[in-house]
Ligand binder design. Structure first.
Ligand SMILES: *Cc1c(COP(=O)(O)O)cnc(C)c1O
Length: 254
């Protein structure tokens, strides 16, 4: 739940001549990394863009290569010389295609692409609804005494950045720390509304206990470093009525 200062990172990357790639999977439309100085933006379209776990996919968006001075034309990026020569401003596209399509064999299947494009059509409607719900729910659960981590809360270290750089929201996620594994399991078993699954950015609300799933094979020190406590549950808010989610979560937390 930390919010990066993308502008500051981009300025360091530009000074040092290194490419800045931003994974914008969870903040499509809310954040425009290319405008903030990123070179490449990648998305797992499996999440918010497809919208309902119906299709696996991904995409990459590239900035134009500038004439004259450009960090991709330095010796650090020598390997891009050939595609750059042929393609001018669009040089990053043939480069990625060569690596991903030719060398690794990646391609999107037709049905998944169709599902993804259907999802994309409604993204602009779904996203504002979800980020608004996330704020309403995080604030309400926090007020009711649950240990919520989300930058919309005054207590969050990135609350100021949330208000300035992330005014369109920061995605679908927040966490609840139930204090112990037993309490977390109890919550997850009692919720009637959340689906227990590892996906995020779904039209349905999802919940997952972190330490026993995604971080199961991480050692104790690494988990501690990452803030993965025994009671931690990750929530991805969906399109349901926010008050229904609040009621269900308060009941599950009892
Ligand atoms: C899920 C996810 C990925 C991987 O995407 P898949 O479509 O599952 O391969 C990459 N980045 C982020 C932030 C994700 O949430």
């Amino acid at each position: 739940m930390r919010l990066p200062d993308i502008k500051a990172i981009a300025s360091i990357a530009n000074k040092e001549g290194v490419a800045l790639i931003v994974d914008n999977t969870i903040t499509p439309l809310s954040i425009s990394p290319l405008k903030l100085g990123a070179d490449i933006v990648v998305y797992s379209t499996t999440k918010l863009i497809a919208g309902n776990a119906s299709a696996l996919g991904g995409c990459a968006v590239f900035r134009a290569i500038n004439d004259g001075e450009d960090k991709f034309k330095t010796s650090r990026y020598e390997f891009m010389k050939k595609p750059i020569k042929g393609a001018g401003k669009m040089a990053l596209i043939p480069n990625a295609k060569k690596r991903a399509l030719r060398d690794l064999g990646m391609s999107a299947n037709a049905n998944a692409s169709y599902q993804t494009l259907l999802g994309l059509e409604t993204l602009a409607l779904r996203l504002p609804r979800i980020v608004q719900s996330v704020e309403i729910i995080a604030k309400s659960l926090s007020k009711h005494g649950l240990n919520i981590n989300h930058p919309c809360l005054d207590s969050h270290p990135h609350h100021e950045r949330y208000k300035t750089d992330f005014s369109q929201g920061c995605g679908t996620l927040f966490t609840i720390d139930m204090g112990s594994k037993e309490k977390a399991y109890n919550f997850i078993n009692k919720t009637k509304l959340a689906t227990i699954t590892a996906n995020i950015g779904d039209s349905r609300t999802l919940a997952l206990h972190m330490a026993s799933t995604i971080y199961r094979d991480f050692d104790t020190d690494t988990r501690k470093f990452l803030g993965i406590t025994d009671g931690l549950i990750r929530i991805s808010i969906g399109l349901e009525n926010p008050q229904d989610i609040i009621d269900d979560f308060l009941n599950a937390a009892e």
